[in-house]
Design a protein around this ligand. Structure first.
Ligand code: AP5
Length: 218
């Protein structure tokens, strides 16, 4: 399956992608994770993205499009895209690259969450810088406070998870990313809207229930 997971910052895209990948075995391709890995490696791409990410702005389209379309070439067994596309220009570039090789996206899962719940989700998030596992200080606690359950060591708080930067990310989501749903409606793509303002397990059950239908039809 080739999927896109859309939704505002903190909608639970990374959390749900993990369950999708565990069940169907495709590759999880998170633009945010790839950018953070580039930063950790000190690459030119990572250095150029740093200022945008820390202030909650979008990294320029040409940088992201080249990075993601290049990375997708290795994902021969399908993928779930997380955080990409985030602008209509990115969606158009993705469709163009896919149609050039005779492929298309099977479905877009759109996680819907009201703005009011986002700040608490983001400021309470803790992440493992080594394996990428995501936790929350109240509703998804690690077994030992501050430590990754996978034995990697200390959890960290992302620099862009402060209330101020989260407010900017949310603003940019409404200004630039929400329109991506309309773009895919216009192309006649299958869009699966999911209420993501439920307990994590209930969101997972809704997402997997819908994806099972696609999987069985293939
Ligand atoms: P990115 O890393 O993609 O950030 P994001 O889209 O803002 O999304 P997040 O990863 O913050 O949240 P998520 O939806 O995955 O939620 P999660 O599952 O972690 O991008 C970072 C930056 O990189 C951008 O700001 C931009 O600068 C740049 N960038 C990336 N892609 C780009 C692109 N395509 N174009 C341009 N720039 C780009 O969950 C969040 C928290 O909530 C966790 O603590 C979790 O435990 C908790 N939680 C999850 N689900 C639930 C639930 N149902 N109930 C309660 N709590 C929940």
């Amino acid at each position: 399956m080739r999927l896109i997971l859309l939704g505002p910052p903190g909608a639970g895209k990374g959390t749900q992608c993990k369950h999708v990948v565990d069940k169907y075995g495709m590759k999880h391709m998170s633009s945010g994770d790839i950018l953070r890995a580039e930063r950790a490696a000190g690459s030119d791409l990572g250095k150029s993205a740093q200022g945008y990410m820390d202030s909650g702005k979008l990294v320029p389209d040409d940088v992201i499009i080249g990075m993601m379309i290049g990375a997708m070439k290795d994902a021969t067994g399908g993928y779930v895209l997380d955080g990409f596309p985030r602008t209509v220009a990115q969606g158009e570039a993705l469709d163009k690259a896919l149609s050039a090789v005779g492929e298309k996206i099977d479905a877009i899962v759109n996680l819907q969450v009201p703005d009011e719940v986002i700040d608490a989700r983001m400021t309470g998030r803790r992440s493992c810088p080594k394996c990428g596992q995501v936790y929350h200080i109240l509703n998804m606690k690690p077994a030992v406070e501050g430590q990754c359950d996978n034995g990697c060591g200390e959890l960290v708080q992302r620099a862009d998870d402060t209330s101020e930067v989260v407010a900017n990310r949310l603003k940019i989501y409404h200004e630039q990313t929400a329109a991506v749903v309309g773009y895919y409606e216009g192309t006649g793509s299958l869009i699966i809207n999911v209420d993501a303002n439920q307990a994590v397990d209930d969101v997972t059950a809704s997402v997997l229930g819908e994806l099972d239908k696609i999987d069985q039809a293939e």
